[in-house]
Design a protein around this ligand. Structure first.
Ligand SMILES: C[S@@+](CC[C@H](N)C(=O)[O-])C[C@H]1O[C@@H](n2cnc3c(N)ncnc32)[C@H](O)[C@@H]1O
Length: 214
């Protein structure tokens, strides 16, 4: 299977390493079997998923601004996961849970159908070389799987700073039967985005609504 990432052994700080060991049992999600999300968070509330949270800052900002929603964040990047766990602990957030793994596996194996109220995909790896485009997450099959996990009327917010990927996102979503385009709301600036802006990159945001499930 073609993955949308290569595992990076980025520098991990001792604090992040400790967080992965000590805080993971509190906020980490074990990925075995299909999850009951209300049981996982201990309440009934909207469930939002951020795919590829990077260092986790955007997820923490959203979770702080909306304590009435529950947030799942997934990434494969260990230093970022450690960093996110530290932030959850220091802000004493009770509405965030963390998954370490490939979102494709997570959607397939651990989520039930029509369980998500919102999905965020901010600055997925652009895989800029043409021969690597097959690694991009936003492709018809992935969007079909995602739609199966989203509720009627759920929102999907995507952003990229790579024009050619923006074109691909637009094409895939416009030809997907389950989504209709809406005006994108404001969102927090992400870490990756800030780097791109410093380099003079443009930013493209897309906001779609999951159509009614018949
Ligand atoms: C370019 S970074 C953007 C991070 C963050 N969203 C931001 O804007 O700062 C993309 C992130 O997606 C993660 N990622 C890529 N493919 C993934 C997958 N299949 N499942 C989970 N995370 C993935 C990478 O590890 C990386 O942290």
């Amino acid at each position: 299977m073609i993955r949308s990432f290569v595992r990076r052994n980025g520098r991990i700080t001792p604090g992040q390493e400790r967080a992965l060991e000590l805080l993971w049992p509190r906020y980490g999600v074990k990925s075995d079997g299909v999850l009951d999300l209300n049981t996982l968070f201990g309440r009934k509330a909207e469930k939002h998923l951020e795919i590829g949270f990077g260092m986790g800052d955007t997820l923490v900002t959203m979770a702080k601004s909306h304590p009435e929603h529950d947030y799942l964040g997934i990434d494969v990047y260990r230093p970022g996961t450690g960093h996110l766990l530290l932030q959850i602990e220091s802000a004493q957030l009770t509405n965030v849970r963390v998954i370490s793994g490939d979102v494709v596996d997570f959607l397939q194996d651990n989520l039930s159908t029509h369980c998500l109220d919102a999905v965020y995909l901010f600055f997925p790896d652009p895989w800029s070389k043409k021969r690597h485009h097959k690694r991009r997450l936003v492709q018809a099959d992935f969007i079909k799987l995602l739609a199966q996990r989203m509720k009627s009327g759920a929102y999907f917010h995507l952003a990229t700073d790579w024009e050619n990927y923006a074109e691909q996102m637009l094409h895939v979503l416009e030809t997907a039967p389950d989504f209709s385009k809406c005006v994108a709301p404001k969102r927090p600036l992400t870490k990756f985005e800030q780097r791109g802006l410093r380099l003079g990159h443009g930013v493209w945001d897309f906001f779609y609504q999951r159509s009614q499930i018949l």
